[in-house]
Design a protein around this ligand. Sequence first.
Ligand SMILES: *Cc1c(COP(=O)(O)O)cnc(C)c1O
Length: 391
Amino acid sequence: MRFQSNKMAAIPPYMFAELNKKKASLLESGVDVIDLGIGDPDLPTPTHIVEKLIEEIQRPENSKYPSFIGDRRFRQAVANFYKKRFDVDLNPDTEVLALIGSKEGIAHIVPTLINPGDHVLIPDPGYPPYRTATYLAEGKVYDMPLKKEFNYQPNFSAIPEEVLASSKLMFLNYPGNPTTATVDADFFTNAISFAESQNIVIAHDSAYNMVTFEDYKAPSILQADGAKKVAVEFGSLSKTYSMTGYRIGYVVGNKEIIKALSVYKSNIDTGQFTPIQLAAAHALNSDQSCTQKHSKIYEARMQAMTKGLKEIGIEVPPPKGSFFIWAPVPEGYTSTEFATAVLDQAGVIVTPGNAFGPSGEGYFRISLSVPSDILHEAINRIKKNIKITSK
Ligand SMILES: *Cc1c(COP(=O)(O)O)cnc(C)c1O
């Protein structure tokens, strides 16, 4: 008897699930592993959000099935947040949809929009679900290489005509995971006019829109003229408010796309638990000092880590957003070789860049979701155990 479909048999295992297995076996053998792999905030969810959840969970009416499109109060909070933060007007009834974490929406928008055989344009390197969701929807991935010398922005004019002709959807992600790249509003204006001219939907993943440093403020793609004609933007409470485990996010923008995605989803899930949506609404409606406080902490770690890397011969320009460092591997290693050496010889998990797509080869990613003293310890272990000749 066979227990998986052909499609499942061919899907590569989710990279972080694999890393977790290796980590577990090392921990079991007594190695004190430092995990700079997965991006999961160590900072606690701010108290006012947790308290709101506790309050709402005690109301009997909240134990019922939630609304398919999300609680009106959550959708209104997202609209308020967009108005305040980006000066973008959203109709909470037609232009906002609640998600069970943005990953859920990212995975489901692909089969909502494409037919088997259609192309999906994805950032390479990029967040792995863009690729796997396309595969599961029987679409074709077209990797848009993101190069350091072009600030990790795709070159739209390099996409072949025949690919464009069968492309229905493009993913973008700034501040970027794993590249940490940030863009200004002009980039989105260009992307929107390109997408409109080619009849391609843009799905912008803005998971790190509030995790930014110094005075950089990440723009929303919906600030670009005409964006609502072709674009949606995914947002997440996960990184901003340290709420990864809550599983709450949203998608905003073009109302036809939002409608179609809500129909798709209504056949699969029945929405997120109402108290979680109301805690998330409270997070968005409250003053944002907690997010500034968290960003300051990530920024200090980022500075400590770029300094530490520099001391061991790895030069990285300090990013303006996200909570990662995207660094070139030292001379003489591939991404996999370096990540393996660092794990086996120094007991430190970093993510090999090629896990995010072919153009990630030659890089590794460090997550800043551990305290500074542990980051220092990681650098010391690498310094002591790994031979690095600078390029
Ligand atoms: C973490 C992350 C997400 C997923 O966020 P959830 O809302 O927790 O599902 C989406 N996109 C990128 C780029 C991320 O790094």
